[in-house]
Each structure stands twice: as C-alpha cells, then as structure tokens.
Design a binder for this molecule. Sequence first.
Ligand code: GFB
Length: 311
Amino acid sequence: MQKGEKVFVAGHRGLVGSAIVRRLDSEGLGPIVTRTRAELDLTDRLAVDRFFADEKPAYVFLAAAKVGGILANDTYPADFIRDNLLIQTHVIDAAHKSGVKKLVFLGSSCIYPKLAQQPIKEEYLLTGALEPTNDAYAVAKIAGIQMCKAYHKQFGMRAISLMPTNLYGPNDNFDLQKSHVLPALMRKFHEAKAAGQPSVVVWGSGSPRREFLHVDDLADACVHLMRTYESPELVNVGVGDDVTIRELAETIRDVVGFRGDLTWDTSKPDGTPRKLLDVSRLHGLGWKAKIGLRQGVEQTYAWYLANVAGK
Ligand code: GFB
C-alpha cells in the first residue's frame, strides 16, 4: 500500500472505520474514499457494484457491519445476520470483480465456540457450538471468513480476515441498550456521578472475563497486516490478557471518579464465560498491542467528555 493508491474504508463513521481513517491519515496514505450510508447503501448489491466499477479502489478495509452488545445481538438476531451477510457479500464480490489489490475483512472473537479452550487459537474455529446470545452475528462473520478463503482459492483474490477481540475507543456507540459493556459503563458512571446517584446497575454476575483492545491499536494492526500478511488463514487481533467484568467496572468507575456502589442485575445475560484470544500468530507477524486498558479508558473518557457528554 503506497501513497497515492486509492483506499476504500467501508464504515468510516464507525468505531473501527474512523480509527482506520485516522491511521491512514497519520501516514498520508490514500486518497481515502468513503461513503455515508445515505450515499451508498452497502445492502444494495447494484449500488455497491456501481460504486466499485466507478471508483476502482486499490485497497479495501471492510469495517462496515451491523454491530452491538450482548442485548442487541440477543434481541435483533435477524437484523444482525441479514445486514452483515448482505454487506460483506456485496463488498467482497464487488471488490473481486473490480480487481482490488487486497481487502481486509474484519470479524469478531464471538465466531469461536462458546466453551473453546483458552486462550483461543485460530484453529478452534468451527470446532464447537456457538454462544447463543450472538450466534446469528457469529454465523454471518464466519460466512465472511469462508467467503474470503473461497475467493482466494477459486480466483486468487488477496482477501485477509482479522478477528479482533472486544473493541473500544472514540466514536463508540454509547446507547445504553445497544452498546457494548465498556461504553455503556462509562456513560452510566458519568451520568450517575453528575446526578449524585448512590449506585450504578451493571448487568450479569460480573464474573465473565473479556479482553479489551483499543481501536487505535486495531487500526495499526490492520494497516500492518494489509502490508505484510498474505494468507487466507485468519489472524486473531487482541492484547493477550483479560479482566473480569467486575474489574472492568471498577477501573471505569475509578477513571470517571464515581464514588458510589455497583449493583448487579443478574436478570441480564452473562454471555460467554471467557473469550481470550491467543495472539501468538499476530506476535509472530511482528505486531503487538501498545495501549493498556487503564490508559485506553482514560483516553476514551477524555474523548467522551469532549464529544458526547452533555451534547
Ligand atoms: O460487551 P458486551 O455487550 O458483549 O457484554 P459480549 C460483555 C459482558 O458485560 C456481559 C456485561 O457479561 C454483559 O452482561 N455487562 C455489564 C454489560 N454491564 C453491561 C452493560 O451495561 N452493557 C452491556 N452491553 N454489557 C458481544 C457480542 O458479546 O461482543 C457481539 O454480542 C460482539 O457479537 C461483541 O462479538 C464483541 O462480549 O458478551
């Protein structure tokens, strides 16, 4: 990927796509091509085909997806499977037909079996039953991985699949019903502090373990692997370390400066007990995460205060 080569970032307004645009900009890569949803509906096959035929990008980061936290996945499984299958099918196929040099497809750590051995190696894919709260989303993402492999095998397309762990950072979704745990708790603690509330409700038991990667680290890994990785075999992208939801909540409470208690709502699902990615393949490819959880939460809270709180 050289300066002057056209790069399409699909999903540039989201958590991941916006981080990839920042990362490309930091090196002057591009021209970067983007389209809002109003300008280009990625679930519309003809529109996507037309866009690729007209723009002919050299490189594609496929960061457009329907995403959400545990409750959104569990409540709207039809939306998650339909939109993700359509978006990725259209973008991968149109990228192939228009002759892109390389495409990065982004999946998720929920593609692995619910009770996979930990840490989870890439080869555990399709070796067991999925976590039921997000199986529709996971099946769509697994289809995307298989599509990249199939297009590589049949057409020689250079399409690589990266599986990030739970992500957070600027431009995350802070909706209390639909978001992931980290932005939800940041907002809950912030609002409880402002309102002088005695406690904050946290879902589940607090015992599930999750691994959190700052999205700027993911964007850096995406650019590194776009440049250096050629195999259709997937690569986990994580930090190699996890925390309990209780530990996460306490860290965020501390950063936000809320002094009250945590109350556990055990009517809400815990989801999978643990999903720590094995990152040896990634480390072997010469990349490691740099942003620690505490530092990343502080940076994200500063962004939240400047861009979301009170707006
Ligand atoms: O981040 P999260 O929604 O997704 O939830 P998953 C992680 C854990 O945090 C669960 C707990 O055990 C939740 O019950 N939790 C505690 C909360 N308080 C809250 C809260 O206020 N909001 C939320 N959202 N959770 C998702 C998948 O699973 O992970 C997606 O559904 C995707 O498909 C994503 O793969 C990365 O880690 O459980």
